[in-house]
Design a binder for this molecule. Structure first.
Ligand SMILES: Cc1ncc(COP(=O)(O)O)c(C=O)c1O
Length: 369
């Protein structure tokens, strides 16, 4: 059996007739850039999230960069967590801000604001990591009125107290990279916000800094969500809740299968009043295991286990010259050595979940010897 981390091929095959029709119809409109399908998707995704504006852009990285530029963080500290995909930190640097890191909560891998004792920050950028809804109120209690921007690139459809991730802060960034819970057929991203002025700024920044053709008020760039991608995303949005519910069922099956495995810590269950979208199912191995060998053996057995992420931001070579390279972030650094992600997507079958669980158990039993 071969079980990839995410089975994009199976999704494509199941919906192929619809995908073909949507791509052909959208291409026939010849509105390849900023077409009606992009506006329709923006409206539908805004209604889904419960926000006033969604602006389609070229990627999640661009969404983060543009919202930080629109807020003008140049020369100011922006706080984020040490255990995230590098794009979160890069976006702060791209917008001219000062990357400032803090450690994470050992129970759920989310930002731990109480661990930050450094200088004042101008904005906080939590990540709903693995699709687990981070409680933004915790940040407000620690940082008062400092604006919060959400990295919701992994959190399509996750919610807390009846509200969707991406609607809690001043603005949020989404990625539509193909492997995401709402994924395009290539790169794509969006900014979500209730703030009219910020939305206007992003509308301009994504379009060379102008609202009227050939008239430019500011130095923007070129970052629009392609109409073809938006048409596919609009169709997939109709399935998002259903697909997330299947992820939940498969995650519950992993939990049942692995509950008595003392060598593993399973992901945190849904928080009170919240629902995670299980973008990733990340388990933690007991310290005696060599995580890389466990992953390599699972891969040899046809299981697409992954690591999200093997190196935290402060240990990345690109940031060697920064202060935080010499700081210690015990929780996120320890997690990075011990975590691995098991295959999970709406297309994975119950038999495949059993196969992965049995193999994980047998690899751990072998390596414990
Ligand atoms: C947490 C996080 N932030 C940012 C990004 C960047 O998104 P993109 O790959 O669309 O640029 C990703 C996705 O890859 C992500 O997982």
């Amino acid at each position: 059996m071969n079980v990839p981390l995410v089975n994009l091929r199976r999704n494509f095959q199941r919906h192929q007739a619809d995908y073909n029709r949507i791509l052909t119809e959208t291409a026939a409109s010849c509105q390849f850039v900023m077409g009606d399908a992009m506006r329709r998707f923006e409206e539908h995704f805004a209604a889904y999230l419960g926000v006033r504006h969604v602006l389609g852009v070229g990627s999640g990285t661009d969404a983060l960069t543009l919202l930080l530029k629109a807020h003008n963080v140049r020369g100011k500290r922006v706080l984020t967590q040490n255990n995230t995909f590098i794009a979160t930190a890069l976006a702060i640097a791209n917008a001219g801000g000062i990357i400032t890191l803090c450690d994470t909560d050992p129970d759920n891998s989310q930002i731990a604001p109480e661990s930050y004792t450094g200088e004042e920050v101008a904005a906080v950028l939590p990540v709903h990591l693995y699709g687990y809804p981070m409680d933004v109120e915790k940040l407000r209690r620690r940082f008062g009125n400092v604006p919060v921007f959400e990295d919701a690139c992994q959190a399509h459809g996750s919610s807390l107290q009846g509200r969707r991730c991406g609607s809690f802060g001043k603005a949020a960034a989404f990625s539509f990279y193909p492997g995401k819970n709402l994924g395009a057929f290539g790169d794509g991203g969006a900014v979500a916000t209730d703030d009219d002025a910020l939305a206007e700024e992003i509308r301009s920044l994504r379009n060379w800094g102008g609202k009227v053709k050939y008239i430019h008020d500011r130095e923007g760039g070129n970052s629009r969500l392609d109409t073809l991608q938006a048409a596919i995303l609009d169709y997939k949005l109709g399935y998002l809740d259903q697909w997330n519910a299947i992820r939940h069922e498969r995650a519950a099956q992993y939990r049942r299968n692995l509950a008595d495995c003392a060598d593993l810590t399973l992901p945190a269950p849904d928080p009170e009043g919240g629902v995670q979208n299980y973008h990733l199912f990340v388990v933690r191995l007991a310290p005696q295991f060599n995580r890389d060998e466990v992953v390599a053996e699972l891969n040899r057995r046809g299981i697409g286990a992954g690591i999200h992420y093997p190196l935290p931001v402060n240990r990345q070579k690109v940031y060697e010259k920064y202060d935080f390279a010499r700081m210690s972030f015990p929780v996120s650094e320890e997690a990075a050595r011990r975590i691995l992600s098991l295959p999970l997507c709406p297309e994975i079958t119950p038999e495949e979940v059993d196969f992965v669980s049995e193999n994980l158990r047998s690899v751990l039993a072998e390596q414990a010897r």
